[in-house]
Design a protein around this ligand. Structure first.
Ligand code: FES
Length: 191
């Protein structure tokens, strides 16, 4: 009897041990999976410059409208569809921008996002200023900084005119570097 009971206890302990081992293994596996999932965005961020994932493969030339939709010496709000969209984006894939037409084919296309913390700026034709509702940032009509916390002017999209249509290079929010490229390109065109 005692021998049988000892055997049963031993079997139970062995069973418990193997169950514990299995649970430990499953726990470790799940932890490993969780860490991998959490680390993916960080790894992607770190390696994307190395594999060229950040070199503008999402950029596309997108039509904003006919030139006739943008009268000279005026600034108008326009919207375009983000080239990187998914069915879950809904209306958020329609991105607004401010289009300023000077004379002829001279344009400036501004991102609506304030250069301070990204709130959407509004154009006030009466005062000829863009104003940010969040912290009082103000910009002149050419997008340069007038006052307030923004450290610089509004970001600009590269643009071109083709077959009577105004097009911008979308798919990536304009940044200081793309704006700088635009300035170089514009000067090159004018020269
Ligand atoms: S976000 Fe525009 S001034 Fe702060």
């Amino acid at each position: 009897m005692i021998g049988d009971r000892g055997e049963v206890n031993e079997k139970q302990q062995t069973g418990e041990l193997s169950r514990r081992e299995w649970l430990t293994k499953i726990g470790l596996l799940l932890n490993g999976l969780a860490v991998t999932v959490l680390a993916m965005p960080i790894i992607g961020y770190l390696v994307s410059p190395l594999i060229g994932a950040d070199k503008g493969q999402y950029k596309r030339w997108i039509t904003l409208g006919d030139l006739s939709e943008f009268p000279e010496n005026q600034t108008r709000l326009a919207k375009f569809e983000n080239p990187i969209t998914s069915f879950a984006d809904g209306d958020t894939d329609h991105i607004p921008c401010w289009v300023r037409r000077m004379q002829g084919e001279n344009f400036q296309v501004f991102a609506v996002n304030c250069a301070h913390l990204g709130c959407p700026v509004r154009w006030f034709p009466q005062s000829g200023l863009f104003m940010c509702p969040c912290h009082g940032g103000v910009y002149y009509e050419d997008g340069s900084r007038a006052s307030g916390p923004p450290p610089r002017g509004l970001f600009e999209y590269p643009f071109k005119v083709e077959s009577g249509k105004l097009m911008i290079e979308a798919g990536q929010l304009p940044t200081l570097s793309t704006t700088a490229k635009l300035m170089v390109r514009s000067r090159g065109c004018q020269g």
